[in-house]
Structure formats: structure tokens, C-alpha cells
Design a protein around this ligand. Sequence first.
Ligand SMILES: [Fe+2]
Length: 242
Amino acid sequence: MLGWLKRKRLVLGDALITDMHSHLLPGLDDGVKTLEEAEAIVRVFKQLGYRKLITTPHVMQDHYRNTPEDILTRLNELRRHLTERNIEMDVAAAAEYYLDEFFIRSLESGNALLTFGDNYLLFETNFISEPLTLNEFIFAATTRGYRPVLAHPERYLYLQDNVGRIEDLANRGVLFQVNLGSLAGFYSKAVQVMAGRLVDMGLVHFLGSDCHNLQHAEGIAKASKSRYFEKALNLGLINHDL
Ligand SMILES: [Fe+2]
């Protein structure tokens, strides 16, 4: 097991340096349940060679009304937990905002939003049909100086086989974050194919784990076996600059 992790270390976390999409703060969403589970996941990421984890709890009107204060309070609890156990890992937090009315209103009324790096704003949408407010959101975000990052574009049914819309979103200023699990075939064949297609199009700006639990953390190393992983690295991912 350790030998396997060591071999992977050279090609996964060492290559990416920073993970910018995960759910590692207990009690905020459908991610980890306890600080101990978060600790176990951080240990796996450390063995994989990662040096920084930007964790991104869901913010969603119907399920997870997390405020920046809620998130930063839990972040400090995790940091303290890791420090007390001498686990060295740079852990930061932003959020994964679900595109709903609540989010658009927050954005348009100038409420503080949690971003990472150079004002990157991670968001996700409905998985089945395109939200009617998608263009409105992109305009509102970009004109306020945010750089919207669409989480796992390969997983949305409305974007699969819709290369024209993907290019249109890119032209409007959207950046794309593909899940490592998608490259590894963790979701479905169709999602895996779409992830590869985005790499071929040169439209992958970040790779993220979207890690929700320990099993998921242990599975992401498989992504480095995908031929698209190395190809994605050659795109000059922003992960290295966070
Ligand atoms: Fe997520």
C-alpha cells in the first residue's frame, strides 16, 4: 500500500500541488461527518504529495445555507485539529456555490462571497437542464471582478455533446474544473469521455478531487493512470498558482 502511494506521489499531488475542490469541513454539507474523518483524508492527500487543500463546502438555498462565517469557523476547527496532531498541511476554504436565486441575489446585492486564488468563484448548476439564469450569472460575476469556475462541467447532461455551448461559456469568461474522478471513470463512461474531450479542447483550467469521503480520497490516485491526466497537466493548470 505504501509503495503504491509513493509511486503515485510523484505523479498526482506533486504534479498538482493544490487541490481546490473538496468537502472536508464536518457538519456543513454532504461531505465528511467528523474531524477524524477529515484528518484521515488530509493524511491521504499528504501521502499523495499535495501541499495545499482549498476545501469548498456546498452553499445551496434548499439544503446548505452556509455563510462565510460558518465556513471559516469550521476551517479554524480543522486547522486546530491538524496542528494538535502535528499534521502539516496548508488548509484553506472557499465554497462551491449552487446556481440558484439565493446565490444570484447574494451576488447582485454585493454580499461577500468566498473565493480562492485570484478571485476564482467556484460554482455548480443543476445536473440535468441548463439554468435559465446561467448567462445572467456569468455577466453579474465577471462584471464584479469575479472569475467564475464551473465545477465538473463533464458531469452536466446539458453540456455533454454540446461543444458549442461549452465554447460559448469559455468565451463569456467561465473557467472549467474537471474532477479527477471523472478521468478515472468514477462516475460513468459518458462523463469520462466528456472529461477527455474537454482536455482535448484545451478547456481544463483546474483539476479537483471533489472529495466527500475517505473512500473517494483513496480512489483519486487512479486518475493519474488516465492518459488525459498528463495531457491536462500540459495545459498549464492553475492549481500550481494557488
Ligand atoms: Fe463538490
